[in-house]
Design a binder for this molecule. Structure first.
Ligand SMILES: [Zn+2]
Length: 366
């Protein structure tokens, strides 16, 4: 397999991101940058710089250039330059005029690499999408971003019992810790990006809240079909830098998420109504149902370049306002214990039945 060469824009984005990180040479005109990079296509470079201004990674401003042909240096910031400090030309005496030129100043990195990723699926997901996911990630993303698909076995009646959630979350936390230590020892960044779906979102939220795992830090987090409570304190985890950013992908036609709070203790309809935290990016897809996220035709589109997930994982987030973006309105309260008792007892009975069935099935269809 051959590795595709970087396009000019990708090369420029890498170089400019490097400059931002070093804080060096972050101001230039398109012509000056072209000279520094040894590029001849100034027009393309200028269009690229204008694009990154639109994405919030740079600002444009007007600088003045010394008009003396042998000098042509950029004058120090000043609205009305009267002299060049380099060649000492006095513009008033010499009847010369400083030449205005469009300049750019870099403010944030232009693109972010996806480091490595942990995917925590929902209950009893079957394998095909996991293969698709690994395959698409490896193909669509040029970075070699390893994907760890966390498996927690076949959950049935367990989801009805809060202590079991905590036990499962502890296992997940331990797995995170092992993976983070391995990443560190290989010289990779130690914050994985996270994609969690359905019951996996509940487990991830418990890891964040467990003081025993307070040392674990995460990159950008996508929750899909989330059953995390809408009032979950994302603000605190963002402020404490436990997570870098959160995108909540909501499926408008999700029929499962609204039921979660009636059956699964501690859960809520975050994946239907959104999270209240203003720092989280809630995005609604009007066509999706609870399991649409991992269908190959949808997944491919989302993790492809400029797809929603890819953009969230790689772009500067200041100006990131994707289509379907919304702010959660109104308040949400968990249902009272009296109201949830009946569905939980019923759920328990159903699950015991299903549990026996699936236990038997594993012998028939392992
Ligand atoms: Zn000069």
């Amino acid at each position: 397999m051959t590795i595709a060469e970087d396009s000019p824009e990708e090369r420029w984005a890498k170089e400019l991101s490097r400059r931002v990180e070093l804080g060096e040479n972050i101001e230039f005109s398109a012509a000056l940058l072209a000279r520094q990079l040894g590029e001849s296509d100034v027009v393309h470079l200028e269009a690229f710089l204008t694009k990154i201004v639109g994405r919030g990674s740079a600002i444009g401003f007007t600088a003045f250039i010394c008009p003396v042909a042998s000098c042509r240096r950029t004058l120090p910031n000043g609205v009305d330059p009267v002299a060049c400090p380099y060649c000492k030309t006095n513009f008033v005496e010499d009847d010369a005029k400083a030449i205005p030129e469009k300049y750019f100043r870099l403010t944030t990195v232009i693109s972010r690499d996806i480091r490595w990723m942990v995917v925590i699926h929902g209950m009893n997901s079957r394998a095909p999408w996991q293969e698709t996911f690994s395959w698409e990630i490896a193909n669509q993303l040029k970075y070699s971003a390893p994907v760890l698909i966390y498996k927690y076995g076949w959950a049935t009646v367990e989801v009805l019992l809060a202590p079991v959630h905590r036990r499962m979350a502890r296992k997940l936390g331990e797995r995170f810790r092992t993976a983070i230590e391995a990443a560190r020892s290989m010289g990779r960044p130690d914050r994985p990006d996270v994609v969690a779906h359905s019951f996996g979102t509940r487990l991830f939220s418990l890891v964040l809240e467990d003081p025993d795992f307070a040392d674990l830090k995460f990159g950008r987090v996508i929750t899909a079909g989330s059953i995390i409570r809408p009032d979950f304190d994302w603000d605190r985890h963002l402020a404490e830098k436990r997570v870098e950013a959160v995108m909540n992908h909501v499926a408008a036609k999700d029929g499962s998420v609204p039921l979660a709070q009636w059956c699964i203790p501690g859960s809520g309809p975050g994946g239907k109504v959104g999270y209240a935290s203003r720092a989280v990016i809630n995005v609604r897809n009007d066509a999706f149902g609870h399991s649409s996220f991992f269908r190959p035709e949808n997944l491919g589109g989302m993790i492809r370049k400029n797809g929603l997930w890819h953009s969230f994982l790689t772009r500067p987030l200041g100006p990131f306002r994707p289509e379907g973006c919304f702010v959660k309105e109104g308040s949400w309260k968990p249902p009272s214990l009296w109201l949830v008792a009946v569905p939980r007892i019923l759920g328990f009975l159903v699950f015991v039945g299903v549990g026996i069935f699936s236990w038997l099935r594993r012998f028939v269809d392992p």
